[in-house]
Design a binder for this molecule. Structure first.
Ligand code: IPE
Ligand code: IPE
Ligand code: MG
Length: 237
């Protein structure tokens, strides 16, 4: 990668394929989830090295509660354990962690809240439709309380009320495991993201694979509805 390569500011990842990784090896699915935590460590380290400032990881969706109870509780306790171990390291590296669940997480969030090197958002119990619904409820409440005019509801107001309201939109989404769908992740924030799908299963995710995703991103012309000529003339100016 050259230093001139266009890098995403906000990278989002649907970390998929833990179960198949384990099943291929005739191991319990939970072993795959455990291995997946190592890949989280890898991608966080890479973002620090590359100066990517925002990383949002889909760890557990609102729909994942429908899995067998044993797998659900296994994943949740795995995440709680990993967080307890990793949080000091993240803090030392000036990494800020945002999460949406549980007490141990609140502690991690508080400890790292002033860190600036990288913001890692761990989306747990997250669903894009849930997020839009809670934002709409908050906005209606503000209108009902006469703190906001109906006429003044715009895209910025909606965005500000979402879970990731203070972050820029996602530039690049990576989904592993050869699945081509969004699975109810960041529906608003992905509106103009570049989408990179790879067959690699999440526990096998490495720096090389991230690099392939970043190379793909660097090749995209981000014209946001304009013509390529408009963009070229802007660069010349
Ligand atoms: C992603 O891996 C992790 C979670 C959804 C928690 P999966 O568990 O979905 O893995 P596959 O898709 O069954 O292989
Ligand atoms: C989406 O993966 C959620 C996470 C990666 C945490 P799933 O594997 O649960 O998604 P579906 O069920 O295949 O759409
Ligand atoms: Mg899956």
């Amino acid at each position: 990668m050259t230093s001139l390569q266009q890098l995403p500011k906000h990278l989002a990842v649907i970390m998929d394929g833990n179960g198949r990784w384990a099943q291929k090896r005739l191991l319990p699915r939970l072993v795959g989830h455990k291995k997946g935590v190592d890949s989280i460590r890898t991608i966080v380290e890479c973002c620090v090295k590359l100066n990517i400032p925002y990383l949002t990881l889909f760890a557990f969706s609102s729909e994942n509660w429908h899995r067998p109870a044993k797998e659900v509780s296994g994943i949740i306790s795995l995440m709680a354990d990993a967080l307890a171990i990793e949080v000091q390291k993240l803090h030392q590296e000036n990494i800020r962690l945002n999460v949406t669940l549980q007490q141990s997480i609140a502690v991690a969030q508080k400890l790292t809240m002033h860190n600036t090197k990288l913001i890692v958002n761990l989306a747990i119990n997250y669903g894009g439709r849930w997020d839009l619904t809670q934002a709409i409820k908050k906005i209606i409440k503000t209108v009902v309380n006469n703190k906001l005019d109906l006429e003044n509801i715009n895209e910025a107001v909606i965005k500000a009320n979402l879970s990731l309201g203070d972050l820029p939109d996602v530039d690049l989404l990576i989904r592993t495991s050869g699945v081509f769908r969004l699975s109810n992740f960041l529906l608003w924030e992905l509106a103009y993201a570049e989408l990179y799908f790879t067959d690699v299963l999440w526990p096998d995710f490495t720096l090389d694979e991230l690099q392939r995703g970043l190379d793909f991103y660097a090749q995209q012309e981000r014209i946001f509805g304009k013509t390529r000529e408009q963009l070229a003339s802007k660069i010349r100016k």
